[in-house]
Design a protein around this ligand. Structure first.
Ligand code: NZQ
Ligand code: ZN
Length: 391
């Protein structure tokens, strides 16, 4: 196991009606002038926004609103939010929504205390300080409620990039699984896929002897395998929603990733798809992961065979471990398709003729040394072949 430091200070309020604690928690973590940041229409329609704002008002907290975050959040609204924070002396940002809203809130939080262009942080500069952020999560997926990360798309060139800093970890996150019951099935499935991707990206490691994190990841993958079909069959199943919601947090606050190298090539390759086609990140991952896994499998076939046996129930073929490894990848792919996820470019809305453009942005613009680094190093030729496998 590698040396590591791990600092995860987020306070979690989990369970039914916990959104009514928004005011109390914002006050506890220093908020007196709060920007309530939210997405398109779901939080307003469900009445969640009213309940959260009442809770703030009951706690004697001033609040301003900034809605309109779109999935794959854009830089334009971030600039607007930064101006609003500065002109209205905002001292706390409360994100009410999914990963897109939370990531936009984190970007605003960093930009509000910075004199330059906030995009510098998505261009390699480290975030040293940011306004405090709290979240009321409405979809189990990105894990941004417990992560130090934020992913934003710059309209100019449609560049989708991430930044990470402990300064961006939320001060508190409110997780009420009942809030996720209004999700369309496709979004629920995309969220499940993203959670499983966050687990696989950590499972694909080159660090030896990391049994404790291997076992944690396997447990969470098994949980998703069990709860995924239950929640798709019965969207009102609170217990399944609760297990998925907490698994989503644990999958990405890095408690399963400490002390080991991680992959993230599927995420890098997928981000070009959601940037260009505006597809759901999880749906893009459903198409990307099986292709990447098959392409890199030979790098450590036993690792793929291990997850095949321990999670997907495959029989170990000791003479041909690559057969077991492949069975595990196919089982995972079939599982995602059974949840309603797309299986290829066409179903995702992607186009084969765009592959050169995808590869160029991936390898030349977003990764300046021309390669995607992770479990293995993938050059332009490798990435082209991987995208072709998704067609
Ligand atoms: O905008 P509204 O109307 O709220 O609709 C949203 C949106 O259309 C809807 N929705 C959310 N909660 C709902 C709901 N609809 C009904 N009922 C509810 N309770 O769902 C749609 C998707 O929301 P979004 O926030 O985009 O989903 P998600 O949480 O999957 O976030 C995706 C973004 O997170 C990034 C992705 O790249 C993508 O941009 N990621 C962020 C990470 C992080 N910060 O750590 C890591 C991830 O790997 C990921 O890259
Ligand atoms: Zn993800």
């Amino acid at each position: 196991m590698d040396n590591f430091s791990f600092w995860s200070p987020t306070y979690f309020a989990f369970g039914k009606d916990s959104e009514n604690r928004a005011g109390e928690l914002a006050a506890r973590f220093g908020g007196s002038r709060v920007l309530v940041h939210f997405g398109g229409s779901s939080a307003r329609r469900s009445g969640l926004l009213d309940r959260v704002e009442k809770s703030l008002a009951d706690a004697g907290i001033y609040y301003a609103e900034l809605g309109g975050v779109q999935p794959n959040p854009r830089s334009g609204l971030v600039y607007e939010g930064i101006e609003l924070c500065k002109s209205d002396n905002i001292d706390f940002i409360l994100a009410v929504g999914g990963g897109s809203v939370i990531d936009s809130a984190k970007a605003i939080a960093a930009g509000a205390l910075y004199d330059g262009d906030f995009w510098d942080f998505y261009d390699g500069k480290h975030v040293e300080r940011a306004l405090p952020v709290g979240t009321v999560l409405t979809i189990a997926a990105a894990g941004s409620e417990g992560s130090p990360d934020s992913v934003i798309t710059k309209e100019e060139g449609m560049l989708k990039r991430g930044t990470g800093s402990d300064a961006l970890r939320p001060k508190f996150s409110i997780l009420d699984p009942a809030l996720t019951q209004t999700l369309p099935p496709y979004q629920t499935a995309a969220g499940i896929t993203d959670i499983m991707a966050h687990l696989y990206e950590r499972y694909l490691t080159n660090t030896k002897d990391v049994e404790v994190t291997d076992r944690l990841i396997e447990a969470l993958l098994l949980t998703m395998k069990h709860e995924g079909p239950r929640v798709i069959a019965d969207p009102d199943n609170y217990e399944a929603r609760a297990n998925i919601m907490w698994a989503g947090m644990m999958a990405h606050n890095n408690s399963c990733g400490v002390g080991r190298s991680q992959d993230w090539s599927s995420h890098n390759i997928e981000h070009e798809l959601s940037a260009l086609y505006d597809c759901a990140h999880g749906a893009g991952l459903a198409v990307t992961m099986p292709a990447v896994f098959k392409y890199v499998m030979s790098h450590d076939v036993m690792r793929f065979a291990k997850v095949a046996v321990r999670v997907w129930g495959c029989q170990m073929d000791f003479d041909h471990p690559e057969v077991t490894a492949l069975e595990g990848i196919e089982a995972f792919r079939s599982f995602l398709i059974s949840l309603g996820m797309p299986k290829n470019f066409e179903e995702l809305g992607a186009r084969e003729e765009d592959i050169p453009k995808l590869v160029e942005t991936l390898c030349r613009v977003n990764n300046s040394d021309g390669c995607v680094h992770g479990f293995t190093t993938l050059n332009e030729d490798d990435c082209t072949k991987i995208y072709q496998m998704m067609v």
